[in-house]
Design a protein around this ligand. Structure first.
Ligand SMILES: Nc1ncnc2c1ncn2[C@@H]1O[C@H](COP(=O)(O)OP(=O)(O)OP(=O)(O)O)[C@@H](O)[C@H]1O
Ligand SMILES: [Mg+2]
Length: 345
């Protein structure tokens, strides 16, 4: 948890009156706590996470208007690090902790580089919202669109399929010049990350450790937004460390099963194949079953027996299972590879 702040400060940040904020807190829309003295206090990270889940409501929409800093930049010859230096000088300056500066710089340059190298658009819109409690960024273009681009270049079925591939990491359309790391690591390094393209919105909420796919009104091009704590003390090296090995290779991933189906039941072998496709590019794959309510025998057999047998260089570890799912998974696992429990491995 980060620092706790009082009603007035959060209300100012959200552009509502303190009375309205108390109302929102009472109704549970905005999470809050009581200080030892009985005052209502807020954890800015938890507030960000709650608002991200309501990203299209009347109440949260105004957060994304009137940026502190905004530019429409021609992409020809644009250099992401030069734009980042301008953002730092113009708006961020001493707002960031050293760790916040590394994380923000990494995310910004990676997302702007994607627009430069992959979008095929004429220009890019960059916007920053900066306050004492949070910084928010947006990079958007009206180019070919990340999901359509991946779908076409990798020969995938549809944009939804492309999104599944993107969530795995090491997914790139240009392996000669790129390694498919930018979106994966950026999405894990900030508090809340969203990528919108082809009518889909992918949200990675690192405050609640949750991911979701929903609808978006962005059909053309790509819009990426992310939010973070400017005073964060988490070094970005910790984020890389969680997914790299001793040789600093990106050799581990964590794949959220729920993102690969419609609903909470995973029954068929073909769903399993879609989930596992290409994961042999990692040495260790953690499969997160959180939120999955039912799995079928064919699905489990493909994921935990057939696939690992064919790909002996990859260790597959299921986590986050409950009730009937855990039962089916335990039943389907070869006896040497029993999961370590329902929590994180
Ligand atoms: N703005 C965009 N427009 C079109 N395609 C995009 C855009 N952003 C990302 N993509 C697609 O998504 C893929 C994954 O992006 P990501 O940043 O994760 O990896 P990368 O850019 O290929 O490699 P790296 O970031 O490691 O240099 C890209 O290869 C590209 O096909
Ligand atoms: Mg990239």
């Amino acid at each position: 948890m980060s620092r706790l702040v009082r009603v007035g400060e959060v209300a100012r940040e959200l552009g509502v009156t303190p009375a309205r904020l108390r109302q929102l807190a009472d109704s549970g829309v905005v999470p809050s706590e009581r200080s030892p003295g009985g005052h209502r206090v807020f954890d800015p990270g938890a507030v960000r996470s709650a608002l991200a889940r309501r990203s299209s409501s009347d109440f949260t929409q105004p957060r994304w208007t009137e940026p502190t800093w905004e530019r429409l930049l021609p992409l020809a010859g644009l250099q992401e690090d030069a734009v980042w230096r301008d953002v730092v000088v113009d708006v961020l300056q001493d707002r960031l902790s050293p760790e916040g500066r590394s994380t923000a710089g990494y995310a910004f340059t990676e997302m702007l580089n994607n627009a430069i190298d992959h979008s095929g658009a004429a220009d890019v819109r960059v916007a920053v919202w900066a306050s004492r409690l949070e910084i928010r960024f947006e990079v958007s273009d009206d180019g070919r669109g990340a999901l359509h681009h991946l779908q076409q270049r990798l020969g995938l079925e549809d944009a939804y399929d492309a999104l599944g591939e993107l969530t795995k990491g090491k997914t790139t359309t240009d392996p000669e010049h790129h390694s498919g790391e930018g979106i994966f690591f950026t999405s894990k390094a900030v508090d809340v990350f969203t990528l919108e393209s082809a009518g889909l919105r992918w949200t990675v909420d690192n405050v609640r450790q949750d991911q979701a796919v929903g609808a978006s009104d962005i059909d053309v091009g790509t819009r990426v937004r992310w939010e973070m704590d400017p005073a964060t003390t988490t070094p970005i090296a910790d984020v890389f460390g969680a997914y790299t090995d001793e040789d600093h290779q990106f050799s581990r991933t964590r794949t959220v099963v729920r993102l690969f189906g419609i609903g909470v039941r995973f029954v068929s072998r073909s769903e399993a194949k879609r989930l596992m496709r290409g994961l042999d590019r990692f040495k260790e794959v953690t499969l997160d079953f959180t939120g999955v309510e039912e799995v079928g025998q064919g699905f489990v057999d493909e994921v935990l027996r057939v696939w690992p047998r064919k790909h002996e260089g990859t260790l597959v570890t299921p986590v986050g299972m409950t009730g009937p799912v855990e039962f089916m998974v335990r039943r389907g696992l070869p006896s040497a590879a029993q999961p370590s429990g329902t929590g994180d491995a």
